[in-house]
Design a protein around this ligand. Structure first.
Ligand SMILES: *Cc1c(COP(=O)(O)O)cnc(C)c1O
Length: 375
């Protein structure tokens, strides 16, 4: 017997990790620098690590109090009601919960291209479909309300990623409001702020407080360094009452994640250090990479290693052959042989670009040296 027809579903292509690559190449993971998944090179907050150790003795019971406590703490931090905080296993999990709550079979979502593939994947899992709006290289990947509204055709959800991965560009609060004003009453605008800590721009959470058609997505995976625990949340419109309680998976966020999140929120120093390190690494990459770069508001830099490659074609589902033959994958493979793992952006529809996560000083310097040498 077989599962139902899954041929329309894509497989998520994550950045590759050092252990995975080390096994494949027969190398020591210690000799590899993974700058492919926008993880925090400084690690997790030491307070969060201590909280996980301490909570280890109580993992035989369900996360009840810790889940409620973390929701309370996040609600206070963002000045919203606790029911507006949709705690989830990663930002990805929050996207799933949102689709469970909003999408009826056949409903559509509008997503950025290039962009984060999971928006569309999750919509399909929830029996919806996705359409894309383009963000163009020829326009330096600027994100404008006009481009989104031109593509908009009554979708139930419009996704904006700000700062955007892998592009690094942002959309203003005014732009988000313009999109929310220009779309139907039953359309929700979601601003994915997975990289929100790394920009100087204020969070669009302000719009969640002011209106009923904007939501904001945040995660502990990036600045907080808790990617391995899977913890994220949505700040949802206040009028949705108990929708979260009706759609969430019982105890979907584990106790270690909840305890780590609580501790991490009390460690502003660690976030500040992480953001400082990112600021330094971005500037270092702009100044020292031979390849063209774009200014980034995230913890990564996009670099054009395929000069002459258009890289502005609407995204198609790339086959393995295509990926193997793109300039970006050739450069990413060559970097990997030199011990530096970067993100090949072919699967984002940018066959000429790689994305390099901001590492420690030493890691970033080595990555720049290697990319310059092989590209
Ligand atoms: C990393 C990321 C997320 C969320 O990741 P989780 O680890 O699931 O919290 C969401 N959107 C974008 C664009 C990301 O890069």
């Amino acid at each position: 017997m077989q599962p139902r027809d899954l041929s329309a579903y894509d497989v998520y292509q994550a950045g590759r990790g050092n252990e995975e690559v080390a096994r494949e190449l027969g190398m020591d993971p210690e000799d590899l620098i993974a700058l492919s998944s926008n993880e925090n090179p400084l690690g997790a907050s030491p307070k969060a690590v201590a909280a996980v150790r301490e909570a280890a003795d109580s993992i035989n019971t369900y996360p009840k109090a810790s889940h409620a406590d973390l929701i309370e703490k996040l609600a206070a931090r963002w000045d919203v009601a606790p029911v507006q905080v949709w705690l989830a296993p990663g930002g990805d999990g929050a996207i799933d919960y949102l689709h469970r709550a909003l999408l009826a079979p056949g409903d559509r979502v509008l997503v950025p291209d290039p962009g984060f593939s999971y928006y569309a994947m999750s919509a399909r899992y929830h029996h919806g479909t996705a359409r894309a709006y383009r963000i163009r290289k020829a326009e330096d990947f600027a994100q404008t309300a006009g481009a989104v509204l031109d593509a908009y055709d009554g979708e139930r959800i419009v996704y904006l990623t700000s700062p955007h991965s892998p592009l690094g560009t942002e959309i203003s609060a005014g732009g988000v409001a313009e999109i929310a004003d220009g779309t139907d009453e039953e359309t929700l605008v979601v601003v994915d702020e997975a990289y929100g800590e790394f920009t100087d721009a204020p969070s669009k959470a302000e719009l969640v407080r002011e209106r009923d058609d904007v939501a904001v997505l945040r995660t502990f995976s990036k600045a907080y360094g808790l990617a391995g625990l899977r913890l994220g949340y949505l700040l949802a419109p206040g009028a949705w009452a108990d929708a979260y309680a009706r759609v969430n998976t019982p105890f979907g966020v584990n106790k270690l994640a909840c305890r780590a999140g609580l501790a991490a929120l009390d460690d502003d120093d660690h976030v500040e250090r992480s953001v400082e390190a990112v600021r330094w690494a971005r500037e270092y990459m702009y100044a020292n990479l031979d390849a063209r770069t774009w200014e980034s508001a995230g913890n990564f830099v996009l670099a054009d290693v395929g000069e002459g490659v258009e890289g502005d074609e609407p995204r198609r589902r790339s086959t393995t052959d295509e990926a193997a033959s793109s300039p970006a994958s050739a450069v990413a493979d060559a970097c990997q042989r030199e011990g530096v793992i970067v993100r090949d952006c072919t699967s984002f529809g940018l066959p000429g670009c790689i994305r390099i996560t901001c590492g420690t000083r030493e890691e970033t310097e080595r990555a720049v040296e290697v990319v310059n040498r092989v590209a």
